[in-house]
Design a protein around this ligand. Structure first.
Ligand code: THU
Length: 160
């Protein structure tokens, strides 16, 4: 038996430490929490994707009375970006979560399915997609989506 270790890394920033462009993307994600349709969880998530040509595509979580039919903010955003701008790499994705009257103290952790979609978006364009997770106490920055899902599943894995 051999033990293997998977390592990943992220950086924790204050808003003031971030670049103007990262701050602006986070503000868009925060603003988008207001457009969340989340009558069941009351957990409002907003996301904003910066494309290579400078376009910003935005989204929010969309719930449904048939619970599994809903979709997270990350995926409404990335699917909208990839559907409308299929040739534009996504350079960065910012996410913010609002519940019980305030933004979460801790940066929100994207669910596994969203991480998988982030990974494929990054992979299809062959360049890193930075991920910015907003929290009132700190902003977590991942240099690439793969850092959120190491040992991920890719199209090549289908070939065995
Ligand atoms: N949600 C997101 O939109 N993104 C995440 O990263 C985590 C969870 C949504 C799904 C659902 O509408 C609500 O938050 C509660 O899970």
């Amino acid at each position: 038996m051999k033990k293997l270790c998977i390592k990943t890394s992220l950086a924790s920033y204050s808003m003031e430490e971030l670049s103007e462009s990262d701050r602006a993307l986070i503000l868009e994600a925060k603003e988008m929490t207001k457009k969340s349709y989340s009558p069941y969880s009351h957990f409002q998530v907003g996301a904003a994707a910066l494309l290579a040509d400078g376009t910003i595509v935005k989204g929010s979580n969309q719930e449904n009375a048939a619970y599994p039919s809903g979709l997270c903010a990350e995926r409404t955003t990335l699917f909208a970006a990839n559907a409308n701008h299929p040739d534009q790499p996504v350079k960065a994705l910012a996410i913010a979560c609002f519940t019980a009257g305030h933004f979460t103290e801790e940066p929100g952790a994207p669910c596994g399915s969203c991480r998988q979609v982030m990974l494929e978006t990054e992979h299809r364009f062959g360049q890193p997609m930075r991920v910015l997770l907003y929290g009132e106490k700190a902003v977590y920055v991942f240099d690439k989506a793969e850092d959120l899902l190491p040992y991920g599943f890719f199209a090549e894995d289908l070939e065995g």
